[in-house]
Design a protein around this ligand. Structure first.
Ligand SMILES: Nc1ncnc2c1ncn2[C@@H]1O[C@H](COP(=O)(O)OP(=O)(O)O)[C@@H](O)[C@H]1O
Ligand SMILES: [Mg+2]
Length: 331
């Protein structure tokens, strides 16, 4: 038994498209998150990152999706079998969730104070004094100045960055063991993005929470994460310490790294990954990146190639040619 806080094992998620048609969205997610670890989860749009997050907060059903096979163990509980009452104890309490900023902010029709009170109470009814004290404390933890005033305000009175700080305050209200942040800075400007990232890192340090931080922007998250898991076409294809990213052992990770926006010179051209990711659920046999890979050989086109191969103590890759391509070994 592992001591990890979260353990995904060959998780497969399907979605019901019609009564008889199923689409496979995620079909091999395998990785662990340790206690207190800040784990980055990256991959192009459509690779299955949000679905993976949903499996941790029990909201797959809202997208007509379900876990077909595999397991996701959180703190000793297999979430695949979690009942509604299990979720009430997990979601918002043991696992906090920070949504994508541009899509969801604080509830527009109630004050920030009422919103925080909901997160603090979570069904129970604490006295007003306790709730107020905790609300102030939470707003201070997310570095909001003049918290007394902010408590009386509504979402529309706050800037994008402030809204996201409030959402983070709500997510940490119950001292969760894990925070899932799904692209938490999308739609915010670059300086605010960086501030939110620093804040998440501080929260991890102060509360010793584990964090899964999702992004399609490797540059943004790589500098603050301990480790990074790379997803491509429904599968985890590489896991490595973030400082090792330049020594990645999967061509897809290199392609992501080389298409970073910060590499673009003023008025220069953005490098993109050539070709298109394969259509969801209509994945080819063999390596799903083969079509776009500069190192493809015949042997890449067979099998399922979803197994992560151990390349080093903390480094796993699904590329079967990693030692030839990146380490120069002759085979
Ligand atoms: N209810 C659904 N029906 C059909 N396809 C879906 C449904 N929900 C998600 N998908 C598809 O599943 C894929 C993975 O989605 P998602 O996890 O949101 O990707 P990511 O977060 O990495 O961008 C996407 O291609 C998306 O279009
Ligand atoms: Mg997403």
């Amino acid at each position: 038994m592992s001591n990890s806080l979260v353990s995904f094992k060959q998780l497969r998620i399907d979605v019901k498209v019609t009564r008889s048609r199923r689409l496979r969205i995620v079909d091999s997610a395998t990785f662990d998150v340790e206690h207190g670890q800040l784990m980055g989860l990256i991959g192009e749009s459509g690779s299955g990152k949000t679905m993976l997050c949903r499996s941790l907060i029990g909201t797959l059903g809202r997208r007509s999706a379900y876990i077909e096979s595999g397991s996701v163990i959180f703190d000793g509980t297999n979430l695949v079998n979690a009942t509604k009452s299990d979720w009430r104890e997990i979601r918002g309490k043991k696992i906090g969730y920070i949504p994508q900023s541009a899509l969801a902010g604080p509830n527009p029709v109630i004050t920030i104070g009422d919103q925080l009170a909901e997160a603090i109470n979570q069904g129970q009814k604490l006295d007003r004094e306790t709730v107020h004290k905790r609300s102030i404390e939470l707003l201070e933890m997310v570095q909001i100045r003049r918290p007394e005033i902010v408590l009386k305000q509504y979402s529309y009175q706050l800037s994008g960055g402030m809204k996201q700080r409030v959402m983070i305050a709500c997510a940490i209200a119950q001292n969760p063991k894990l925070i899932v942040a799904d692209e938490p800075t999308t739609g915010l400007d670059v300086t605010v993005q960086a501030e939110i990232m620093v804040l998440l890192k501080e929260i991890r340090k102060n509360l010793n929470t584990s964090i899964i931080l999702v992004s399609h922007d490797l540059q943004l998250i790589n500098s603050i994460c301990d480790d990074v898991v790379v997803m491509h076409a429904g599968a985890t294809v590489e896991k490595l310490p973030s400082e090792e990213i330049i020594n990645a052992l999967h061509p897809y990770t290199h392609a992501l790294y080389n298409s970073r926006i910060d590499l673009v010179e003023p008025r220069g051209k953005l490098v993109t990954i050539k070709g298109q990711p394969p259509t969801v659920g209509a994945w080819p046999t063999g390596c799903r990146f083969a079509d776009r890979c500069d190192f493809v050989q015949d042997k890449c086109l067979f099998g399922t190639q979803m197994e992560l191969l151990k390349a080093d103590t903390n480094h796993e890759t699904a590329c079967i040619r990693y030692d030839e391509v990146f380490l120069g070994a002759k085979k």
